[in-house]
Design a protein around this ligand. Structure first.
Ligand SMILES: Cc1cc2nc3c(=O)[nH]c(=O)nc-3n(C[C@H](O)[C@H](O)[C@H](O)COP(=O)(O)OP(=O)(O)OC[C@H]3O[C@@H](n4cnc5c(N)ncnc54)[C@H](O)[C@@H]3O)c2cc1C
Length: 115
């Protein structure tokens, strides 16, 4: 299976300083934008810096499980912001990916990247 690279949305890229050149939003561990803390980005929209370079640039795979974890953290932080409470800590769960092709399934477990 060949999957084209994920890409950010034009509407995000069009906002000065909000995203990198791919349209991904650099975020804090609360999933608040670093440039606009009132904006939150999770899942594909969030920038995940690659900790390595490969001969063929493949980028960082982005999958459903981390997207859900990011969304929960972002939601908790949005609620705290609305209530005027301190932002709760970010996600510390293991990076997981569940991949299936209709007949088979793989569970991939990753290490957290430093920093
Ligand atoms: C072929 C393929 C296979 C995959 N297989 C797996 C797998 O087996 N397991 C797994 O865990 N992950 C898999 N993934 C990855 C997974 O689908 C994504 O990581 C996940 O969907 C990301 O969720 P998201 O909410 O960030 O983005 P999305 O699911 O893309 O949701 C973004 C939503 O925003 C909407 N949107 C975009 N622009 C606007 C706008 N301007 N205004 C309003 N709405 C807008 C879009 O229509 C879309 O509904 C696969 C991806 C692909 C492409």
């Amino acid at each position: 299976m060949v999957v084209p690279p994920f890409a950010g949305q034009d509407v995000v890229r069009a906002t000065p300083g909000l995203s990198d050149d791919k349209g991904y939003v650099p975020v804090q561990d609360t999933y608040q934008s670093k440039a606009y803390p009132e904006i939150y980005a999770a899942g594909i929209a969030a920038q995940v810096p690659a900790p390595w370079q490969t001969a063929v640039p493949i980028g960082i795979p982005k999958t459903g499980f981390p997207t859900e974890s990011m969304a929960k953290v972002a939601a908790r932080n949005i609620v705290a912001a609305i209530k005027g409470e301190p932002h709760p800590a970010g996600d510390d769960g293991a990076p997981l990916a569940l991949l299936r092709d209709g007949r088979h399934a793989i569970c991939a477990v990753g290490d957290r990247q430093p920093g």
